[in-house]
Design a protein around this ligand. Structure first.
Ligand code: ACO
Length: 336
């Protein structure tokens, strides 16, 4: 039996900063509303012509993670790519990354678990390393939200929340049992699938049908739908549940957490969890203020920043937790 550890982290966000004031020029919103409801001050959006796509941003983050892991791209045995905004309907971004990194014929796998995508991808990678099948797995979370949001009044309760970016981690076989990823915990509840969803284009909602069914264009199924308050209520319950589940599994308590990196869904959700678990400000890392909600990319971007700022040290208990569309949720308990 082997154990995996995070050997390298990287992140990338597009240069183009979009402030709340910028959005208020496109729709009826304002800085005060957005900050009060979500904590977000600005986010990054891909700019036409800057060359970024979901896969390209993933590659940029991956290159940093690979360098920091002190391995060669040819040492990677598996790529796991989490996104809800792939460049193509098919194939997935994993194979695009493989091609862009010029890696021979290693397997590439895409994970579709939205805001929980990175935790699910990390768990998949961890299982492959635990069984001994692979030694180095590249895990990427990347999103191009700006390419698919409704920036008119109709979409304002959703489009102000999301941003673009990517984060990556290299998971490698650890020689020290008891150090690295201690456990991961995954859940889903499909009965709430439609509460946070994007219906099409899909085989059930193909483009000509969408146009035919919506001649006025007032209920457009190719923009995301979110039942905000229902998502909020479920998120705060599931976040704390799955954090407790992970701690219990490892004989740990809330006071043992050195750093909690919650999926950056909404600052209010993070603050609610912090209060519920009675964690101090030093025990929780948030950066949604700068990037908005980058879905599958939010945890690896935040984890990379926390590590770069020296907030995560060897031996620390680091907890990652996410909740999102599906509904899906999960946690990872790590001894750094
Ligand atoms: N600017 C100004 N006003 C707005 C905007 C906007 N961008 N969007 C909506 N409003 C208006 C609404 O039209 C409504 O007006 P009305 O009272 O005249 O009808 C009013 O603001 C309140 O709207 P609500 O939707 O009730 O606002 P709420 O307080 O629920 O906040 C929000 C909305 C921020 C989405 C909240 O429900 C929330 O945080 N939900 C959690 C969901 C979340 O964070 N999702 C992130 C993605 S999922 C994930 O990652 C887990």
């Amino acid at each position: 039996m082997y154990q995996s550890k995070i050997a390298g982290l990287g992140s990338y966000v597009p240069e183009n900063v979009v402030t709340n004031d910028d959005l208020s020029k496109l729709m009826d919103t304002n800085d005060a509303w957005i900050q009060e409801r979500t904590g977000i001050k600005e986010r990054r959006h891909i700019k036409k012509g800057d060359g970024n796509t979901t896969a390209v941003m993933g590659v940029k983050a991956a290159k940093i993670a690979i360098e920091r892991a002190k391995i060669s791209k040819d040492d990677i045995d598996l790529i796991v790519f989490a996104t809800l905004s792939p460049d193509l309907y098919f194939p997935g971004c994993g194979v695009q990354v493989q091609e862009m990194l010029d890696i021979n014929t290693c397997p590439a796998l895409d994970v579709r678990n939205q805001c929980s995508g990175f935790i699910y991808a990390l768990s998949v990678a961890d299982q492959f390393i635990k069984t001994g099948m692979y030694k180095n797995v590249l895990v990427i979370g990347s999103e191009n939200h700006s390419g698919g949001l409704d920036f008119t009044n109709r979409g304002r309760s959703v489009s102000v929340i999301f941003g673009d970016g990517a984060g990556a981690a290299v998971l490698t076989r650890s020689n020290h049992i008891g150090q690295g990823i201690l456990s991961t915990h995954l859940h889903s509840e499909g009965k709430h699938a439609m509460e946070l969803s994007l219906k099409g284009p899909s085989t059930l909602h193909w483009v000509p049908e969408i146009i035919a069914e919506n001649p006025q264009g007032d209920d457009i199924p190719y923009y995301p739908y979110m039942n905000g308050q229902f998502v909020f209520k479920n998120a705060i319950e599931r976040f704390s549940e799955v954090i407790h589940e992970g701690l219990k599994e490892n004989g740990l308590e809330v006071k043992d957490i050195n750093m909690l990196i919650p999926h950056q869904a909404n600052l209010r959700i993070s603050q609610f969890i912090q209060k519920k678990l009675k964690l101090s400000d030093d025990q929780v890392f948030n950066n949604i203020q700068k990037y908005g909600n980058t879905t599958a990319a939010s945890i690896p971007i935040a984890l990379t920043e926390a590590w770069e700022q020296g907030k995560i040290k060897d031996g620390d208990v680091v907890v990652l937790a996410a909740f999102g569309s599906g509904f899906t949720w999960g946690s990872a308990i790590i001894e750094w």
